[in-house]
Design a protein around this ligand. Structure first.
Ligand code: PHE
Ligand code: ZN
Length: 854
C-alpha cells in the first residue's frame, strides 16, 4: 500500500499551463465521444523542457493531434505521455478524441447516467475518466463546451452561448480546475427565479429536476436567494455569472457538488415538500445549498493547490455555512447540533485508527479524505482563529484572503499568512492544529483562596495531545478556552473571557471575588477538545439550571446524562433523582426555546456512551448500554407523565406549514414528548398522531416512537402504501425499520429488506438507508454473534465491485472496533481481513481496511 501513496512533500507545479479548453461532447449511452482542444504552453515556473503527462482512465483513444498534425502515442493504464522531444518550445494545441461509456459507469465518478439523465462528478479525480487532461487543481483554465445529444436540456458550466435542437454551447469566463467541470443532459424541468446582486447584476436561477418534481423546489430556491444575500452582506462576495443552475440527481455518492455555475445535488439534499421531508431535512437542505453556493468564492474563485489542501476550501466553507445557519435559525441550537455531530463523527475518527491531520501529508486514495476531520475539524480551527484574532481581525484577514488569492490555487500556509499579515499575530504554534491529528484533552484544576480584599480564584489548565497513527508525539496546541464565572446564586460575576492555553500547563487568576465561584468552562465549545473536569453532580445540576451560556447549559445536562448512564451501565446504579428533576425542570421552563428543550431531552446515543465508557477505561457492553438507556427514557417518561399531553398541545403549530426554526423547534419538543408518552400508553397517542399528521416530521416521529417500543407494523404498511413510488420517502421507510429493529431481529430485518426488488446497490441513497442504519443500530450491529458484522462485510465487498467510493466510506462502521471486548474484536478483525483479501478489491476500500487493521 505504501508504495502507491502520494506525498505532499513531492509537490511540484505542473510543467505546462492550459490557457483554454474547448470540449465537444457527442452523447450516447454506450459510446459518447469527447473531443478536446487544449491550448497549452510550457509553465515558466518550471525550468527546462518536460514531457507532457496527461491523466486518463478508461478512455478509448480515437485520435491525437499536436498543432494539427497526427501524433503517435499509446496511453498506459492511467494516462498518456507526450515526450518533451515531440513538443515545440512555445505554445501548442493538443487535440484528442476519446470514447467513453456513461451507461456502464457504476462508480458514479466521471460521466455517468442516472435515471436516463447524463451527469458528471469530477471532484476529486473524475475528470480523467472523461478526457485526457492534467487532472489536478493547480491547473486552471477557461472552458468552452459544446454538448450534442437528443436530450431537451443540455447544461454545462458558465454562461449559455447559444442552443438549438440537439446542441448547446457554454462558456465559463473564470479559469477553473477540471474538478469543477460539469455537464448534465436529460429531460429536465426548471423551477426558475431571478436574483439581482448588490451591484445590479441580474442572475437567472434555476433548479432542474425530472418532470413531476417541479413542486419540490421552492425551499431550495428560497435557500439559494438567502445564501446569495448573506454572502454579499457578511463577506462582501457577489455572484459572478449570468446564471446559477442546480440539478437534482438521484444517484450520487455524496451530498452535493459545487461545480462552477452548475451545482449538482443528490436529490435528497435539495428536493423538499412538507409532506415528504422532515424539519431536520429542511434545515439540512438550506445548509447544503448555502455550502455549495459559498464554494463559489471559497473553493472556486480561490481553489486548492493540491488535494492535501482540501480543508482550505472545505473547512472554510463549512465554517461559513454554519455561520449562515446560525444567523438564520439561532446560534445556540445550531452550535449544539454542530458539536453533537462533531463528537459523533470527528472525535470518533480522531480517536481511532483512521485519525489523520486536517491537512494530511500523504494519501493513497483522495476520496477517502473527504472526512469529518477535514470538514468539521477544519471548520472548528477557523472558529478558534476567529476567537483569537477577534471579529475585526477575522474580517480583515478574509478581505485580504480574497484580494490576495483570487484566481489562485492556494495552500494552508497562504491562509495562515493572511491572518498573520492582517493581524500581526504569529500563528506558527497555532498551525499545529492543521498538521497534527488527535483530539487534545484539557484537564481542569481549581484553587480558591479567600481574602479580606476579595478572594482569588485560580484555574489551572493542563493539555495532553495523545498519539495518533504515524504521530507518536506532538507539541502543545494554542487552545482558546472561553470561561465565565458564576456566583452561588447563579449570577454571572465574570463574563465570558477567552483564556489562551499555549503551554502544557498554565494557570489563570481571577481576583477580587466575594465568594468562591462556579466556573463555566469551554463556553460555546470554544475548542475541539475533550474537557476533563471532576465536578460533583450537584455542580452539574447547578450549571444546568443557571449557566448563562446556552451551550454550556446544555453541556452540563449532557455531562450529567452521561455520568448517570455510565453508572447505570457499569455499576447497575438506579436513575439519578438529580438528573431527573434537573432535566424535568428545564423541559418545563417556558422561558426557554422549545428547540433547546428538545435537544436537552435527547439522551446520549449508544455509540456515544460506548465511547464514553471506553474512554473511562471500561469495556463497553452494547446490550447493557441499550438496556440502561431504555430505562433512562422510561424514568424520564414517568417523571414527566402528567405534563406530556399538555406540553404537546402547547407546542401545536396551527396554520400553514413553515420549515423555519420557530415552528420546527415546537414540533421537535412535541415529538420528543410523544416518544416518551409512547413508552407509557401502549402507543395510543402515537397511533393517533400518525393518523393525524399532515407533514413528514410528525408522521415519521409517530412511526419511530412506535417502532422504538416494538410496535408500528400497520403504520409501516400504511406508510409504504402511501409512498411506494417515491424513492426519497421510501429511503426513510427502509432506514427506520433497520435503525429501530430489536438487536436480535436486526439481521433478519436487513435480509428481508434487501430481498425486495426495490432494494438496489446502484442507488447510494438506498444502500445507505439500509446499510448505514445497520451499523447505526449500535446494539444490533455489535450483537455478540457477530452476524451483523458479517452481513455488512458481505455487502461492502459486493458494493466495492461497483462503487468503491461509497463502499470505502461505509467501511468506517468498523473504525471503533478496538473499543470492544476480545470476542467482538476478533470477529471484526476477521471481517476486515476477509475484505482485505478479496481479489480485485478497490484501492479505496483496501486503503480503509488497511488503516483500520493498522
Ligand atoms: N466538494 C463537495 C462539497 O463539499 C463534496 C464532494 C466531494 C462531492 C467529492 C462529490 C465528490 O460540497
Ligand atoms: Zn464543500
Amino acid at each position: 500500500m505504501a508504495d502507491t501513496a502520494v506525498y505532499l512533500r513531492d509537490y511540484q507545479p505542473f510543467a505546462h499551463c492550459v490557457d483554454q479548453v474547448e470540449l465537444t461532447f457527442r452523447l450516447a449511452p454506450n459510446s459518447t465521444r469527447v473531443s478536446a482542444r487544449l491550448h497549452m504552453r510550457p509553465n515558466p515556473a518550471r525550468e527546462g523542457r518536460h514531457d507532457l503527462r496527461l491523466d486518463g482512465e478508461g478512455l478509448r483513444l480515437i485520435a491525437l493531434m499536436l498543432d494539427g498534425r497526427p501524433l503517435d502515442a499509446t496511453p498506459d493504464d492511467n494516462g498518456l505521455t507526450i515526450p518533451a522531444a515531440d513538443l515545440p518550445g512555445g505554445p501548442f494545441v493538443l487535440e484528442t478524441e476519446v470514447e467513453i461509456a456513461p451507461e456502464a459507469n457504476t462508480a458514479l465518478e466521471g460521466l455517468y447516467m442516472s435515471n436516463g439523465m447524463y451527469c458528471t462528478q469530477c471532484e476529486a479525480e473524475g475528470f480523467r475518466k472523461i478526457t485526457f487532461y492534467p487532472d489536478r487543481p493547480d491547473v486552471m483554465a477557461r472552458f468552452r463546451v459544446r454538448v450534442e445529444g437528443d436530450a431537451p436540456v443540455l447544461l454545462s458550466n458558465g454562461n449559455p452561448m447559444g442552443a438549438g435542437p440537439g446542441w448547446a454551447e457554454w462558456d465559463d469566463p473564470w479559469p477553473k480546475p477540471a474538478y469543477l467541470f460539469a455537464l448534465v443532459a436529460g429531460d429536465l424541468r426548471a423551477h426558475g427565479d431571478t436574483y439581482t446582486t448588490a451591484s445590479g447584476r441580474q442572475v437567472a436561477l434555476n433548479i432542474w429536476v425530472r418532470p413531476g418534481d417541479e413542486h419540490r423546489c421552492q425551499w431550495g430556491m428560497d435557500s439559494i436567494k438567502r445564501s446569495m444575500e448573506w454572502d454579499e452582506r457578511v463577506y462582501g462576495r457577489e455572484y459572478d455569472l449570468d446564471v446559477f443552475n442546480i440539478v437534482a440527481v438521484d444517484d450520487f455518492n455524496m451530498g452535493a457538488m459545487e461545480n462552477k455555475g452548475l451545482n449538482i445535488f443528490n436529490s435528497k439534499c435539495v428536493l423538499a415538500t412538507p409532506e415528504t421531508m422532515t424539519d431536520d431535512e429542511f434545515a439540512r437542505i438550506e445548509g447544503i445549498i448555502a455550502h455549495e453556493y459559498f464554494h463559489n468564492w471559497t473553493g472556486n474563485r480561490i481553489t486548492c493547490r493540491d488535494w492535501f489542501q482540501l480543508c482550505l476550501k472545505e473547512g472554510l466553507t463549512v465554517y461559513r455555512d454554519q455561520q449562515f445557519s446560525g444567523d438564520l435559525r439561532g446560534h445556540a441550537v445550531k452550535r449544539i447540533e454542530d458539536v453533537l455531530a462533531l463528537r459523533a463523527r470527528q472525535f470518533r475518527e480522531d480517536q481511532g485508527p483512521l485519525a489523520h491531520p486536517v491537512r494530511p501529508d500523504s494519501f493513497v486514495e483522495i476520496n477517502n479524505f473527504y472526512t469529518a476531520t477535514v470538514y468539521e475539524k477544519g471548520a472548528e480551527i477557523i472558529g478558534m482563529l476567529k476567537l483569537l484574532v477577534g471579529d475585526d481581525g477575522y474580517q480583515r484577514a478574509l478581505d485580504l484572503y480574497f484580494n490576495r488569492h483570487d484566481g489562485q490555487a492556494a495552500t494552508i500556509e497562504d491562509w495562515l499568512k493572511v491572518f498573520e499579515d492582517a493581524t500581526g499575530r504569529d500563528l506558527s504554534q497555532f498551525s499545529r492544529w492543521y498538521f497534527e491529528a488527535g483530539t487534545p484533552r484539557v484537564k481542569v484544576y481549581e484553587a480558591w483562596s479567600p481574602g479580606a480584599e476579595g478572594g482569588v480564584y485560580t484555574l489551572t489548565l493542563a493539555q495532553e495531545n495523545p498519539p495518533t497513527p504515524d504521530q507518536p508525539t506532538k507539541g502543545a496546541k494554542v487552545i482558546p478556552v472561553a470561561v465565565g464565572l458564576l456566583n452561588p446564586n447563579g449570577d454571572e460575576v465574570v463574563p465570558t473571557t477567552v483564556l489562551e492555553l499555549t503551554k502544557p500547563v498554565e494557570s489563570f487568576r481571577f481576583e477580587g471575588l466575594a465568594t468562591r465561584p462556579v466556573p463555566s468552562i469551554l463556553r460555546g465549545f470554544s475548542a475541539p477538545v475533550v474537557l476533563e473536569h471532576d465536578i460533583s453532580t450537584e455542580t452539574r445540576a447547578f450549571l444546568l439550571a443557571h449557566d448563562t451560556d446556552p451551550f454550556n447549559r446544555w453541556e452540563a445536562g449532557r455531562a450529567l446524562s452521561k455520568e448517570v448512564l455510565a453508572a447505570m451501565v457499569a455499576q447497575g446504579a438506579p436513575v439519578s433523582r438529580h438528573w431527573l428533576s434537573g432535566l424535568a425542570r428545564l423541559v418545563r421552563d417556558e422561558s426557554l426555546d422549545p428547540a433547546f428543550r428538545a435537544l436537552a431531552m435527547r439522551l446520549p446515543s449508544e455509540d456515544d456512551m460506548a465511547a464514553t465508557l471506553a474512554d473511562a477505561g471500561h469495556v463497553p457492553d452494547p446490550a447493557a448500554i441499550h438496556d440502561a438507556r431504555g430505562r433512562m427514557s422510561d424514568a424520564l417518561a414517568a417523571e414527566l407523565a402528567p405534563e406530556l399531553p399538555g406540553l404537546r398541545e402547547a407546542m401545536a403549530t396551527p396554520g400553514p406549514f413553515s420549515a423555519e426554526a420557530g415552528p420546527a423547534g415546537r414540533r421537535a419538543l412535541a415529538n420528543a414528548c410523544l416518544a416518551l408518552q409512547t413508552r407509557l400508553d401502549g402507543g395510543t397517542a402515537a397511533r393517533a398522531a400518525f393518523d393525524a399528521a399532515t407533514n413528514m416530521t410528525d408522521r415519521l416521529s409517530a412511526l419511530v416512537s412506535l417502532l422504538t417500543v416494538g410496535q408500528g407494523r400497520s403504520q409501516l404498511a400504511a406508510f409504504e402504501h402511501d409512498w411506494q413510488g417515491d424513492r426519497l420517502v421510501m429511503d426513510k421507510w427502509f432506514s427506520v425499520q433497520v435503525l429501530h429493529a430489536l438487536p436480535d431481529a436486526l439481521v433478519d430485518t436487513v435480509n428481508r429488506l434487501t430481498a425486495r426488488p426495490d432494494f438496489t446497490m446502484g442507488n447510494p441513497n438506498r444502500f445507505r438507508a439500509v446499510m448505514g442504519a445497520l451499523s447505526a443500530n449500535h446494539a444490533g450491529f455489535h450483537h455478540a454473534s457477530g452476524a451483523a458484522y458479517r452481513l455488512l462485510a458481505d455487502w461492502l465487498i459486493r458494493l466495492d465491485a461497483k462503487n468503491p467510493q461509497t463502499a470505502a466510506r461505509m467501511s468506517t462502521a468498523f473504525e471503533t472496533w478496538r473499543r470492544y471486548d476480545a470476542g467482538r474484536q476478533e470477529r471484526i478483525r476477521a471481517e476486515l481481513s476477509r475484505i482485505a483479501q478479496t481479489p480485485g478489491l478497490s484501492r479505496d476500500l483496501a486503503e480503509m481496511v488497511g488503516r483500520m487493521l493498522g
